[in-house]
Design a protein around this ligand. Structure first.
Ligand code: ADP
Ligand code: MG
Length: 1107
């Protein structure tokens, strides 16, 4: 969007004059005429120098658009037609650029447009200051605090449909860039009496109507409210609806604003509950009741409302009811309770409602402050906007109006101080030629009200604190005594006769001639309102509620924090806060907006001259114009002035060392500014016309631009140079690196190519050499082959020849031998006997056998019986002999081997032989036993002292002593027992003690049974009827089964010469007592080593599990 180039000026298209200072002839008439003319043309703003006069148009004007904001942004004050935006812009820029805290003071009577003006200023500042999400949120919160405060603090009055019923001063805080950081709102004295009573034609605070009109059914039900206004005593009926005001819509706006400002949903709820409670308090009514002792008492008429209030506030109904019926006075440990009569009860009720609402309002302001306060702790620049209730004159003026008007007096005072008094005094002090301009100084009125000893407020306080009966009348009397002589105080009762006959002044009133007119105050209620008394019972009752908010609103109700000291009176509180405010304002640069109300009908286009004239007079605007016309628009000490403009003159720039004043003189002379445009004060330069100042500013701006250009030029030159140098350096570096890179690449390429060629050539050469060598080798090989063939051929030929020769020689020899043989046989035939051949034959055979034996003797194998080798047979005809000889030799060898044995060893072998005969290939356990020598006595019981008795019992030689497991006949479990075998018996004894358990003569043994498997279980069957067989056959297990049975077998054989039967089978019968039991062997899993496990299954069966 192209920015609209606006070329308007204060002087362009001017209706009347924009700045009253420019009026040709200055009289009250011309001044008013100018205002009226401008007003009629919709120009509601007019300047007096830098003060803005604003006349309320009572209609919407199209001069607050965003385009207008842009137009006034960053423009000089007098550049464009007068506007509140120009003032706001000036203040904002001054704050941002010159670091001066600002305040915008907006004055005027009620309905003159102050609140609107303050909002315009704030919205302008919001529009022009920084942007960004965070800043926007701050702005939004600052702006949205307005609707909330207006709902709770504004009301319709006779003068203004949206009259502020509280004073508001808002500090907006900015950072060094001019971005808003947050704000602080101070509120001044809410007109709380409005909560319980409104003058005719006026309304209560907006929020009540908004809540009832805009609250949803559910909300109203929750708050126990009815929608009709007429249900509530506290809502004035005659103007419940205001034209052009949509309370319901406003309620939504307020709720929305509360949300933006940062109120939690439950906080809003709490606030509305308090509002509802206040409204309902008005409906509590009392009826009188007389007691026996004559004291007046009151009773609540309908307790339903009370009950609902208590429900809303989480209050015990009895507590509140009591607080409405009694009043407890505490003084020095003493507590006195008195009953309240009906009037007192109503008073208590209203006081509670007022206090509740007032405290809620203060809480709201604090809560808003909490939300909008600046989050960062940096030095802040501040713009304060003061929108305080305007001067008020009603038919019936009370304490509130008195306070409001006092405040306005103070503001007028500060205006006078800064614009009229101080300015004039300064001219004199600075030695500027000056004719004094008269004006009315309202200090005298301020004095009348606020003087600490005899001011009206001091009198009121004194009266309130005085013991004895105090009424409004006694207060008036006191005023009459003390203030009667004051020229601005009027009273019928005063001794001064001036007003004795003034019938317009009732006896219950006093009148003050304010700067803005005479106001008659009714003293009724002054004392109460100043006291602002809330019975302690009520504040304590409120503190006891369960309502989070209400509880915090009445901290003094906490018995722990109760103090007997009186709180400061409303008047003195207000006086202090106004004094603080004034002090605060004086530290800031003031900007004035003076609002004027053109008519009393709130009507557009109506300019009631008399009304305006009155305001112009009391606002001191004429004097203001006069001082402005005669005075100077701008003043500044020499040093900052020189500092600011010294760049405009070659002599003062950049350094001036001959005093600031001289510097400014040189500067202004060189700039050729007409001498009547300025005056030299003692410490300050005074510039008459703003335009001169703006000219200076423009020059400065242009010069600054030049300077900026210069700096820019040098900087750019420097930047370009350094950039260029850097680029050059970089270029050299880069090219060096590039060249290096390419050379390196080329070199590497060449190197690799050379290496390749080299390798090819070397390869080629090597291959050539290889070929040659191969060829040579082949040649050599073929020569050798040929030679070999040749030699082979020759050798074979030679061999053949030799063989042939040998054959021939042999043949010759054979033939020769035959021939010789033949010849010999022919010769000797006659000498041979007939049996000579046989003898030769026998001789030859004998010789051969002789040779055979001699050779066999040499070659005989070893004497080991296990040896199986035998020399080879040399002659076929000796075959049988040879085998027979082998057999004989073996037998002989075995005999010699046997002959070496001792008798003992022989016995052992005999036993082993016996065992082999008994068990070999019959019982699997046998193979294990082959390599075990049969030791017999394994225990050596005679050497063991434990077995002494046992040794004694056995007289014979022990053949076998070992530990066996005796199987219990009944259950099959085994128990270790010593098994001793002698030549005639075997003995079973306890292993530990050696005690003999059984002795069995071997004669009684009939047979023995074992399994075919690897187990060591055996049964010894006994002769039936023998002594040993009483219990039945024995069952044992032992690893040495083979040895035991063999020994048993042999022993029995030696004793009886009978071979007992050894049964080898996997199932056999045994005799236990009377039973024949079958012992059955089955294959099972390995359990405890290799031992079989026996289990007596039943009478007939004992099962042995063999692993
Ligand atoms: N600049 C304006 N443009 C249009 N209407 C205005 C303007 N200033 C004031 N008003 C009207 O005048 C009424 C009263 O103004 P307000 O600022 O509330 O007065 P004050 O705060 O001085 O009592 C506003 O409600 C509005 O209708
Ligand atoms: Mg207002």
């Amino acid at each position: 969007m192209t920015k609209l180039e606006v070329k308007t000026s204060l002087l362009d298209n001017m209706i009347g004059v924009g700045d009253s200072v420019l009026l040709e002839t200055l009289t009250e008439d011309t001044f008013l005429e100018n205002l009226k003319k401008r007003f009629d043309h919709g120009e509601i703003y007019t300047y007096i120098g830098n003060v803005v006069i604003s006349v309320n148009p009572y209609r919407h004007l199209p001069i607050y658009t965003p385009e207008k904001v842009e137009e006034y942004r960053n423009r000089n004050f007098y550049e464009l037609s007068p506007h509140i935006y120009a003032l706001a812009d000036e203040a904002y820029r001054s704050l941002r650029d010159q670091d001066k805290d600002q305040c915008i003071l907006i004055t005027g009577e009620s309905g003159a447009g102050k609140t609107e003006a303050s909002k315009l200023v704030m919205s302008y500042v919001a529009a022009v200051c920084g942007k960004g999400a965070e800043v926007n949120q701050v702005k939004e919160q600052l702006l949205q605090s307005n609707p909330v405060l207006e709902a709770f603090g504004n009301a319709k009055t006779m003068r203004n449909d949206n009259s502020s019923r509280f004073g508001k001063y808002m500090d907006i805080e900015f950072d060094f860039k001019g971005d808003p950081l947050g704000g602080v709102i101070s509120n001044y004295l809410l007109e709380k009496s409005r909560v319980v009573k409104q003058p005719r034609g006026e309304r209560n605070f907006h929020v009540f109507y908004q809540l009832l009109s805009g609250g949803s059914e559910a909300l109203l039900k929750q708050l126990k409210l009815e929608r009709e206004f007429n249900q509530y005593n506290y809502l004035g009926l005659d103007s419940a609806k205001v034209n052009g005001v949509d309370d319901a819509a406003n309620f939504r706006t307020v709720k929305n604003a509360m949300q933006i400002v940062g109120f939690m949903d439950d906080e809003v709820e709490l606030v509305l509950e308090v509002v509802a409670a206040v409204l309902k308090l008005g409906n509590i009514e009392f009826k009188p009741e007389s007691r026996m002792n004559g004291l007046d008492e009151s009773r609540i008429q309908d307790k339903n409302e009370l009950k609902e209030i208590c429900e809303l506030l989480g209050q015990d109904q009895a507590v509140l009811e009591r607080a409405f019926s009694f009043r407890t006075v505490e003084a020095k440990q003493e507590k006195v309770s008195t009953t309240l009569n009906v009037a007192q009860a109503y008073y208590a009720r209203d006081a509670l409602a007022k206090n509740l609402y007032n405290r809620l309002f203060t809480w709201l302001v604090n809560r808003i402050n909490e939300s909008i306060k600046a989050q960062i702790k940096v030095r802040k620049k501040v713009m304060g906007v003061l929108d305080i209730y305007g001067f008020e004159i009603f038919e019936n003026n009370s304490f509130e109006q008195f306070i409001i008007n006092y405040c306005n007096e103070k503001l007028q005072q500060i205006f006078i101080e800064l614009t009229l008094k101080e300015e004039q005094e300064e001219y004199v002090k600075e030695g500027i030629e000056w004719t004094h301009i008269e004006y009315f100084n309202n200090a005298i009125i301020c004095e009348l009200i606020e003087n600490n000893t005899n001011g009206i407020l001091a009198m009121l306080d004194e009266e309130c604190l005085r013991p004895g009966t105090v009424t409004d009348e006694t207060f008036l009397e006191k005023l009459n005594q003390v203030c009667a002589v004051h020229e601005r105080f009027e009273s019928r009762m005063s001794k001064s006769s001036r007003f004795l006959n003034d019938t317009t002044l009732p006896h219950t009133c006093f009148r003050i001639q304010h700067y803005a007119g005479k106001v008659m105050y009714h003293v009724e209620g002054f004392v109460d309102k100043n006291n602002d008394l809330l019975y302690r019972d009520l504040s304590q009752a409120m503190w006891k509620t369960n309502h989070m908010l209400v509880k915090t609103l009445f901290p003094e109700g906490n018995p722990a924090k109760m103090s007997l000291k009186r709180p400061p009176t409303a008047g003195s509180q207000f006086k202090t806060s106004v004094a603080t405010l004034m002090k605060n304002l004086q530290t800031k640069n003031p900007n004035y907006i003076r609002c004027i109300k053109p008519n009393d009908q709130k009507a557009p286009h109506v300019f009631t001259e008399a009304l305006v004239c009155h305001q112009v007079r009391y606002l001191g605007l004429m004097e203001n114009v006069r001082v402005r016309r005669a005075g100077y628009a701008f003043k500044q000490p020499y040093e900052p002035c020189l500092e600011r403009y010294k760049m405009l003159c070659s002599q003062t720039w950049p350094h001036w060392r001959q005093g600031a004043r001289n510097g400014v003189q040189v500067l202004l002379t060189e700039l050729q500014i007409p001498p009547e445009e300025f005056s030299y004060g003692r410490s300050k330069i005074f510039i008459r016309n703003p335009r001169t100042l703006f000219e200076l500013e423009d020059l400065r701006k242009r010069r600054l631009e030049d300077l900026a250009t210069l700096i820019q030029k040098i900087y750019r030159g420097w930047k370009c140079r350094t950039h260029f140098q850097l680029m050059k350096k970089s270029q050299i570096t880069i090219s060096a690196w590039t060249k290096r890179h390419f050379q390196r690449k080329k070199y590497l390429h060449l190197k690799s190519v050379t290496l390749l060629i080299q390798s090819y050539i070397r390869g080629w050469k090597a291959r050539k050499l290889l070929r040659e060598l191969k060829h040579q080798k082949r040649c050599e090989a073929s020569a050798t082959t040929i030679a070999a063939y040749w030699r082979g051929f020759q050798a074979r030929r030679e061999l053949r020849r030799l063989k042939e020769e040998a054959r021939r020689k042999h043949a010759v020899a054979v033939i020769w031998a035959y021939w010789l043989g033949l010849k010999v046989r022919r010769e000797y035939r006659k000498f041979f006997r007939a049996n000579a051949g046989r003898k030769i034959y026998e001789f030859t055979i004998q010789r051969i056998i002789q040779k055979y034996f001699l050779e066999l003797k040499k070659k005989l194998p070893s004497m080991s019986p296990t040896e199986t080798t035998w020399p080879a047979r040399p002659y076929l005809f000796l075959d049988n002999t040879h085998i027979e000889l082998k057999r004989i030799f073996h037998l002989w060898r075995c005999k010699t081997y046997r002959d070496q044995f001792t008798a003992q060893k022989r016995a052992i072998f005999e036993e082993k032989l016996e065992a082999s005969e008994l068990f070999k290939d019959k019982k699997a356990l046998y193979t294990n036993s082959v390599c075990q020598p049969f030791q017999g006595d394994y225990l050596e019981i005679s050497k063991n002292p434990r077995y002494q008795k046992l040794t004694a019992a056995v007289e014979e030689k022990i053949l076998l002593a070992d530990v066996v497991n005796k199987i219990n006949r009944a259950n099959g479990k085994g128990a270790p027992r010593i098994f001793l075998l002698t030549q005639s018996k075997f003995i079973i004894a306890d292993q530990k003690s050696g005690q003999i358990k059984s002795t069995v003569p071997v004669m009684d043994i009939t047979s023995v049974s074992v399994s075919k498997q690897t187990d060591g279980l055996f049964a010894v069957h006994l002769k039936e009827g023998s002594a040993a067989a009483a219990k039945g056959d024995f069952l044992f297990t032992s690893d040495r089964l083979i040895e035991i049975i063999t020994k048993l077998y042999r022993t029995i054989f030696f004793k009886t010469n009978q071979k007992i039967n050894v049964v080898i089978d996997n199932e056999f019968l045994v005799q236990f007592n009377q039973d024949k039991v079958c012992v059955k062997f089955i294959q099972g899993a390995q359990k405890n080593g290799n031992l079989p496990t026996c289990k007596r299954k039943n009478n007939r069966l004992l099962e042995v599990t063999v692993p």
